[in-house]
Design a protein around this ligand. Structure first.
Ligand code: OGA
Ligand code: MN
Length: 296
């Protein structure tokens, strides 16, 4: 009774399962499998209150508690601290949430942490008529489609993820310390396949390389990782839930008219420390779907 309908692009699938409040454990296993296979899964037409959204999010793992809101932002709802509001709306002089209305650059969530988040979920409550679309790119395929010499070159390297700013460029209120160092090629702890793990272009550098060489290598990897054939874009409707895997995807959001309203409720799933298993490097990605798959 659960239909998984791949987008036909390099990643992403819609899951048709009716009301997500009614899923049993068997259905949860099917959905988790589809999430690992397709990297991003979409559920449409849902109508959940905060408690129901949290109950659904827990099916993907332990939920991360959102950070406290900075001054000028509506305090979080302490009854549901897992929910982080993503919004451009300002009411009574207070921002409802994070990330505003301008473009959010390509990134994966909280790679500056020692244990970055494994998954993220957005639930659309209000969406603008135009813009505010979110795209994801498949980092298994990004790794697999690198030239062999480039794979060899980056296999032992690590990136310093120094995220003083969020994906909208705003200083991170809760950021302390110097960020984390993670392997550029990450072994997915559940699928065992290798993915490029770039974090975000700003505030990153490759450990041990002169700045010029680090910038050149990162620019080349980013150009490769964001090629259109690796990307799928979602146009939101109210009631959509999208859950993505931060371990093997990057995402970005287009800008929209500041006079339009966009309100999302976000949940994030705790993750584990990234690692690279050298034996995994030649193992094909579990999720090899869509036209971007390399010929074998
Ligand atoms: C996020 C994020 C993009 C969006 O919440 O981590 O990047 O489309 N959001 O709101
Ligand atoms: Mn994000």
């Amino acid at each position: 009774m659960i239909d998984v309908i791949p987008t036909g692009a390099a990643l992403g699938a819609e899951i048709r399962c009716g009301d997500v409040r009614r899923l049993d454990d068997g259905a949860t296993a099917t959905i988790r499998r589809a999430w690992l296979d397709h990297l991003v899964v979409v559920f449409r037409g849902q109508d959940l209150d905060k408690a129901e959204l949290i109950a659904f999010g827990r099916r993907f793992g332990n939920l991360h508690f959102g950070t406290r809101r900075p001054a000028g932002m509506m305090p979080r709802d302490e009854n549901f601290p897992e929910i982080n509001v993503i919004s451009n709306v300002i009411e009574n002089g207070l921002k409802l949430g994070n990330l505003g209305y301008s473009e959010a650059l390509w990134h994966t969530d909280r790679s500056h942490q020692e244990k970055p988040l494994s998954g993220s979920l957005l639930y659309a409550l209000e969406v603008p008529p135009e813009g505010g679309d979110t795209s994801w790119a498949n980092m298994y395929l990004a790794f697999e489609t690198l030239p062999a010499a480039m794979k060899d070159r980056i296999a032992g390297l690590t990136i310093h993820h120094d995220a003083g700013r969020d994906s909208a460029g705003a200083p991170r209120a809760d950021f302390k310390g110097t960020g984390a160092h993670h392997p550029i090629v990450r072994t997915h702890p559940e699928t065992g396949a290798s993915a490029l793990y770039l974090g975000r272009r700003g505030n990153t550098s490759i450990d041990g390389l002169p700045e010029k060489d680090s910038d050149a290598l990162l620019d080349a990897l980013w150009a490769h990782a964001t090629r259109p054939e690796l990307v799928w874009t979602h146009q939101w409707r109210v009631g959509d839930i999208v859950v993505w895997d931060n371990r093997c995807t990057i995402h970005h959001r287009t800008a929209f008219d500041p006079n339009d309203r966009r309100i999302m409720h976000r949940l994030q799933v705790d993750g584990t420390r990234p690692f690279m298993d050298p034996n995994a490097l030649s193992r094909p990605a579990h999720a090899r779907i869509g036209s971007a798959a390399p010929a074998t």
